[in-house]
Ligand binder design. Sequence first.
Ligand SMILES: NC(=O)c1ccc[n+]([C@@H]2O[C@H](COP(=O)([O-])OP(=O)(O)OC[C@H]3O[C@@H](n4cnc5c(N)ncnc54)[C@H](OP(=O)(O)O)[C@@H]3O)[C@@H](O)[C@H]2O)c1
Length: 232
Amino acid sequence: MRLVIVGNGKMGQAIARLAQARGHTIQAMFGAQENLRGQALTPDRLVGAAVALEFTQPEAAPSNLERLIEAGVPTVTGTTGWLDQLARIATLVAERNGALLHAANFSLGVHLFLRAARELARGFAGRPEFDAFILEEHHAAKVDAPSGTARALQARAREGDPHRPYPITSVRVGATPGTHLVAYDGAYERVTLSHEARSREGFAAGALAAAEWLPGHPGVHTVEDMLFGAGG
Ligand SMILES: NC(=O)c1ccc[n+]([C@@H]2O[C@H](COP(=O)([O-])OP(=O)(O)OC[C@H]3O[C@@H](n4cnc5c(N)ncnc54)[C@H](OP(=O)(O)O)[C@@H]3O)[C@@H](O)[C@H]2O)c1
């Protein structure tokens, strides 16, 4: 497939490496300098692209997505911290009969972890002798906090037990690609469920799988639609 990559940071580069190893062609890769407010994403630079992968920064993602969808390019985005703009972007996707897949986390393990977190929350519902909390840790350069995955974890745990707040603590330090945990702490014991990403390659592989899946699937999708089917 011919791919366009928007964002040449750690994720953009990991995706480009893996895409080439899998036989895909990188038609263009856009960095921040040439692409202020999405200005480089013009129809002539995008023509022939099967899919775009957008991994930039929270303030850049909405205008990039607008440009890509207006140009008719199915788009996978993993940028976090912009979901307050999702309703507007979804309207544009519907108007243009476009395709967008967004995910705060493209690793398979994290989605199974989120499901397990909902089940664990159900098990602890109605047990006030335990306090519950979420802790997430990422590399020092990560801009947004809490992470998109931590927000998803909080939402999923609240589905299992709507009566707990599940407060989130974010740590930004060192080089870790991402660790998330939810814990139930009682006077005599603690139960912890955690997910630890070992490298960015897992995210890049998931994003490429999404890019391979998205053409032919109009509308706005999450990575769960791809992994488990709609409503799964
Ligand atoms: N969904 C997932 O699985 C997943 C996994 C990891 C990370 N992420 C998210 O993906 C995003 C990128 O992560 P990262 O680790 O690659 O961060 P990063 O290394 O900081 O890279 C972000 C890149 O985006 C570039 N950029 C900013 N505005 C741009 C624009 N308008 N057009 C093109 N490029 C632009 C930046 O360029 P400059 O350096 O020149 O400013 C930078 O190179 C973050 O939101 C992160 O939270 C998601």
